[in-house]
Write a new protein. Sequence first.
Length: 317
Amino acid sequence: MLRDFFERERTAGRPCVAAIVVATEGSTYRKPGALMLFSETGERSGLLSGGCLEGDLGEHAAALLRSDTRCIVKSYDSRGSDDPVWGLGLGCEGLMQILLLRVDAASRWEPLSSIFTAQSARQEKSLGINIDSGEIISVSDAPSALSGRVFTLSAERRPALLLCGAGPDAEPVAALAVSLGWQVTIVDHRPAYVVPSRFKEAVRLMQIDITRPEPTITLDEYDAAVVMSHHLIADGRYLAMLAEMKVPYVGLLGPAARRERLIAELGSDAHLLRPRLRAPVGLDLGGRTPEEIALSIVAEIQATLNGRSGAPFSARR
C-alpha cells in the first residue's frame, strides 16, 4: 500500500518522489489525483498506467532525487497516433500530465504526511501544490497567495467494512479488502475465532457480546457490513442491530430461504433493512472457493458504493 511504502521510507529518513496525475485528456488509465511513489533505491508503489509509463517515470524520479530541483512535470500524449510514442508503447489515446514531487524531511514530508494521516482517520483533507515550485499551500489561503499553477490533492475517504463473523471464510474477504486500502473491522462472539494471527495487522478484530453489541462498536461509521457467522441466532442478532443503523450496504451470506427466515424474525424492523440488504451477498461470478466468493463479495460492495451495477464494460454503449 502507498501509505505503508511512504512510512517505511520516512522512518528510514530516505527521500522519495510522489508522482501525481494533475491533468488528463481523452482515455487514460488513471485520472487527476492518482498517486504513486518512487523510493531512493528505485522501488515503486502504485500505478498510473498499465505499466507503460512507470519505467520512464522511475528514471525521471531518480534524476530528480539526484538534483536540487523540488519538482518537474512530465507530459505523455498518445492521442491520434497508432504508433508507439517515445518507444513506450502507449495505446491509451490520451494525454497525461504528471507532477514528480520530491518529498523529504526538508519538506516535512508534505503533502503525503497530511494526506495519509487524514486517510487513516477517514477525514477530509485537501492541500494545494504549486506545480511550478513544489510549494505546499493551504487551500484556504486567499487566491492572491496562490501564485503559479496550483493542483489540489485531496485525501480519499477509504471505505470502512464490518464483517460480522470471523470464521475461515472471513479471512480472504478481509485480506482482499485490506489490499484495496479499506479499513476492516471483524467482530465475533466466539473466542476461538478471535485470533489476531489469522488476519493481517491492519484488521481490527473484536470479540463482542451479541446480546448487547452496541456499546462496543459504532455502526454508523461503516460503509458496508457483511453478516457471515454461519450461526443462525447470531446472524439474526447482527441483522437486528444493523437494521437500526445507517450502514448503506448490508450483505448476508447464505441461500434465499435462510434470508427469508431471518427477515421474518426481524418482524416490524424488516422494512428498515430490506432496501439495503444484499442476500445472497455477492455478484454472480460463478465462484465456489472461499477466495472466489470473497472476490464476488468485495466486487459487489465496490460497485454498490460507487453507484455502479457491476455489469461488464463490454455491455455498455
